[in-house]
Design a protein around this ligand. Structure first.
Ligand SMILES: C/C(=C\COP(=O)(O)OP(=O)(O)O)CCC[C@H](C)CCC[C@H](C)CCCC(C)C
Length: 347
């Protein structure tokens, strides 16, 4: 069975029997605690065996992945140049972060888990659907609830902002659509390494940025183009995520960059994209005379290059998670620096 020709969508738990070893391996109490936390956050190295349906539902939504989207909203609010520290603005921003993170990213991840259940039975059999912890029909209900709430809140925020054109609602609908075609057949963008990774990078950097910007200011073409450019660095980050599943991806015909180019070349493509596109944003900041912000952004790229050299390029398969944990804080801080510069320049 290949990814391009996926299994019929039955209501049966997919593959508890494909991964019996995951359920019986003995673990120490410390390992057990860590595995449970990883399970709840939706991280690699989790364990099976949780019986609470709410914990399983949360695990499907991968809370760890909400953070970049929530951060993107903050960047957008900063780049609008209009954010003021009032209680109302803080609550409104929190509502925007809530729909971008828990609701729509939660929806995205749940859709992804649903359509990936066959391949996950090979790559990560401890995940909720392949381990049999939740039935696919329950997952579909979860997807619909998250989607409905993830559209209702931006609609309310459009009313608050007095938008004549419902920008936030349209962004949410567009994001939900991209999320769907990313994971679901027939398009399944993730099958194509370039397209899928760019969709992911843009959705994690540009879309929430646009939402935060539109909430407090006017979303204009310059911000749209710049953030789409920034998303090419996000593409590099997205590819880092593909090294862990290279064997299963190859087996299921998914053309991720590591599958297409091999581990070493793909790792170099990753780091070049991450570094060069951040540097490109810094160059733009210089061009609009935001030199201090540009210098800070470039300084934040240096530790990322260091971690690429120390961890990622030496062994991308072993050090992918370690690299992300070490380098990503600098990348996301750089996003905020760029956003503040744009807000300061009144772009
Ligand atoms: C499902 C996603 C990544 C997981 O991909 P993959 O299956 O390759 O990796 P795993 O093996 O680790 O599962 C993320 C896909 C993102 C998607 C293209 C679009 C996201 C849309 C946003 C959530 C919408 C935000 C809207 C906005 C207005 C804030």
């Amino acid at each position: 069975m290949t990814e391009s020709n996926p299994a019929p969508l039955s209501d049966e738990p997919v593959a508890a029997d494909l991964a019996p070893e995951a359920a019986v391996a003995p673990v120490s109490p410390a390992d057990d605690r860590s595995a449970r936390t990883r399970q709840l956050l939706g991280m690699k190295g989790a364990q099976t065996g949780d019986t609470s349906i709410w914990k399983i539902r949360l695990q499907l939504m991968k809370p760890i992945t909400w953070i970049p989207l929530m951060w993107g909203v903050i960047c957008g609010a900063a780049s609008s140049g209009n954010f003021r520290w009032t209680l109302e603005n803080v609550l409104i921003s929190a509502a925007c972060m809530f729909f971008a993170g828990p609701l729509l990213t939660g929806y995205t991840q749940t859709v992804n888990e649903y359509y990936d259940r066959e391949i996950d039975a090979v790559n990560e059999p401890y995940r909720p659907i392949p381990s049999g912890a939740i039935a696919p029909s329950q997952v579909v209900t979860q997807i619909l609830v998250l989607l409905a709430a993830g559209i209702a809140i931006p609609y309310a925020l459009d009313q608050w902002a007095g938008h004549t054109f419902p920008t936030l609602t349209v962004l949410a609908l567009g994001g939900a659509f991209v999320a769907y075609i990313y994971s679901a057949p027939p398009l399944k963008l993730k099958q194509n390494g370039w397209l899928g990774s760019y969709a992911l990078g843009a959705s994690y950097i540009a879309l929430p940025w646009w939402a935060g910007h539109a909430l407090f200011g006017d979303l204009n073409a310059t911000i749209v183009v710049l953030t789409l450019f920034y998303s090419l660095a996000g593409l590099g980050i997205a590819v880092v995520n593909d090294f862990k599943s290279v064997e299963g991806d190859r087996q299921f015909g998914l053309k991720s960059l590591p599958v297409m180019f091999g581990i070493t070349t793909a790792a170099w493509i990753c780091v070049c994209m991450i570094d060069l596109f951040q540097a490109g944003i810094a160059a733009y900041l210089v061009s609009i005379h935001e030199n201090l912000y540009a210098a800070i952004l470039l300084l934040l790229v240096i530790p990322q290059i260091t971690f690429q050299d120390m961890y990622f390029l030496r062994d991308p398969l072993k050090n992918d998670v370690k690299y992300q944990a070490s380098a990503q804080p600098f990348l996301v801080l750089g996003m905020l620096v760029a956003a503040l510069a744009l807000g300061h320049a009144g772009v």
